[in-house]
Design a protein around this ligand. Structure first.
Ligand code: SF4
Length: 399
C-alpha cells in the first residue's frame, strides 16, 4: 500500500530521515468467507451466494488469532467474499479488538443497515472500507445489481454517522476511470475519511509503447488527480487519507510529480520514498484465505505457503525454504529486465511480482504493469518484448 497523504505531509513538513522502522509483523488480510451476495462483473473469484465447504470455524479462527498475536501481527483486515455474511463476524471482530489488533473491515457495504449498524459500531472497527466501482449506474453495472450503489452508500453513511472511520475502495479500470472525479467529489460531499485506489492487477501489456498505451495514460491521469487532490486537501488543513495499492510504481510517479512541482524537495523525498522501498508482499503483507491457506498477498491464491489448520502462521511466514518466500524476503530482491535496470528500483522494489509470474512463469521478471517510460526510469536496454496475453487473474477478491 502506498500512502500518498503521508508523503504529501512529509513534503509540506519535512522531517529527519532517521532509521527505517520495520513493523513488528505483517498486516494480515484475512478472507474469512468466500460467500458473497454480489456477483461482480470484474470479480474473478468464484464467490457466490452459497456456503463453501472447508472454511475455518469460529474456534479455528480464534486459535489462528492467538498465534497471530504471539507473532506480533499488528493489523487484521477482515475480508471476504462479503465478511458480513459470516454469522460469527461480530464475535471474531470483537475478539480481535479485545486482543489489541487494529481491525479493519473490508465490505461491499450493501449489508450494513439499520439492523446491524449498532452492532458494527459497538465493535469499534478502526476502519471500514466499502468498495465502490463508480457513481450510481456505473457501480450497479459493475456489481450487476440494480440498487447496489444506493445500498453501499447507505452503509457508508450509517458508518459515518456512528463515528466509524469509513472510506471508499475503488478499483480503477478503463471502464470506470471517468467516475474517479465523481468519487472524489463524493468524499467531499459525504465527509468521508479515506480513499483507496486499487490498480486493477492486470498483466499482459508487456513492453508495448508505454507513452501511447491508453491504460498507462489513464493510470497517470488518475494518479495526477489523486496527487493534486491530496495536496490541495493538505493546504486546506484537511487530513483525509489517500492511498493506493497494487502498483508500487506510484511511489516513483509521485517523485516525478514532486520534481515538477517542488524540485527543491526531490532529494529529500527520494530518500524518504526509498526508505519505504515499495512492494512488500510476502514481507509486510500476508494473506490467509477462507480455507486457511497462507499466501504472500491476496493475488497469489494459486501459490500456497502452508495451511494454518496444519501449521501455525508463525511457522509458515518466516520459512524461506520456500523459493518464492526466499526471493520475496531477499533485500534487495533480485529482479530482471527493466525492473533490474530501473534507476528507481530502490523506491518501487520491483513492483508486483505476481504479474511477472502470470505473464512469463518467472516471478522475478519485470512487472509488465509499470506505467513509466524507459527514459523516465533511465532504462536504455531494449528488453525482450513480452508477449501480450489476456490476463487471467490468479484470484481477485470479491467485496
Ligand atoms: S521498472 Fe520496475 S522497478 Fe522501475 S518503476 Fe517500473 S515497476 Fe518499478
Amino acid at each position: 500500500m502506498f500512502r500518498i497523504s503521508q508523503y504529501m505531509q512529509e513534503l509540506a513538513h519535512p522531517t529527519d530521515l532517521g532509521p527505517k522502522r520495520n513493523p513488528p509483523g505483517p498486516v494480515v488480510i484475512w478472507n474469512l468467507v468466500r460467500r458473497c451476495n454480489l456477483t461482480c462483473k470484474h470479480c474473478y473469484s468464484i464467490s457466490a451466494d452459497k456456503d463453501f465447504p472447508g472454511e475455518l470455524d469460529t474456534n479455528e479462527v480464534f486459535a489462528v488469532m492467538d498465534d497471530l498475536k504471539r507473532f506480533r501481527v499488528p493489523v487484521l483486515i477482515l475480508s471476504g467474499g462479503e465478511p458480513l455474511l459470516r454469522p460469527d463476524i461480530y464475535e471474531i471482530a470483537q475478539r480481535a479488538k479485545d486482543m489489541g489488533f487494529y481491525v479493519g473491515l473490508s465490505s461491499n457495504g450493501t449489508l450494513i443497515d439499520t439492523h446491524n449498524i449498532d452492532r458494527i459500531a459497538a465493535i469499534g472497527f478502526d476502519y471500514v472500507g466499502v468498495s465502490l466501482d463508480g457513481i450510481a449506474e456505473t457501480h450497479d453495472r459493475f456489481r450487476r445489481m440494480e440498487g447496489a450503489y444506493e445500498a453501499s452508500l447507505r452503509g457508508i453513511r450509517l458508518c459515518r454517522d456512528r463515528g466509524i472511520k469509513v472510506g471508499i475502495r475503488f478499483t480503477l479500470t478503463q471502464d470506470n476511470a471517468q467516475d474517479l472525479p465523481g468519487l472524489l467529489q463524493l468524499m467531499d460531499d459525504e465527509s468521508l475519511d479515506k480513499f483507496y485506489l486499487s490498480h486493477l492487477n492486470y498483466a499482459g501489456r508487456g513492453n508495448t509503447n508505454r507513452k501511447h498505451d491508453v491504460v498507462h495514460q489513464t493510470t497517470r491521469q488518475a494518479m495526477d488527480l489523486l496527487f493534486d487532490t491530496c495536496w490541495r486537501d493538505l493546504q486546506a488543513g484537511r487530513h483525509r487519507e489517500f492511498v493506493t495499492g497494487n502498483n508500487d510504481a506510484d511511489g516513483v510517479y509521485l517523485l516525478f510529480w514532486i520534481r515538477k512541482h517542488f524540485p527543491e524537495m526531490e532529494a529529500h523525498m527520494r530518500a524518504k520514498l526509498a526508505q519505504w522501498g515499495g512492494n512488500s508482499s510476502g514481507v509486510n503483507i500476508a494473506n490467509i484465505d477462507n480455507l486457511g491457506n497462507v499466501h504472500p498477498d491476496t493475488f497469489w491464491w494459486n501459490y500456497t505457503l502452508g495451511n494454518v489448520k496444519e501449521r501455525a502462521f508463525s511457522a509458515i511466514w518466516p520459512d524461506t525454504t520456500d523459493p518464492l518466500m526466499a526471493g520475496l524476503k531477499a533485500s534487495p530482491r533480485a529482479v530482471k529486465g527493466r525492473c533490474g535496470e530501473c534507476a528507481f528500483f530502490d523506491v518501487c522494489g520491483g513492483n508486483t511480482r505476481v504479474r511477472a509470474y502470470q505473464l512469463t512463469g518467472d516471478p522475478w521478471q519485470e512487472d509488465p504493469a509499470c506505467y513509466l517510460d524507459d527514459e523516465e526510469i533511465e532504462v536504455t536496454t531494449q528488453h525482450a518484448r513480452l508477449t501480450m496475453t489476456p490476463y487471467v487473474p490468479l484470484r481477485r477478491m470479491a467485496r
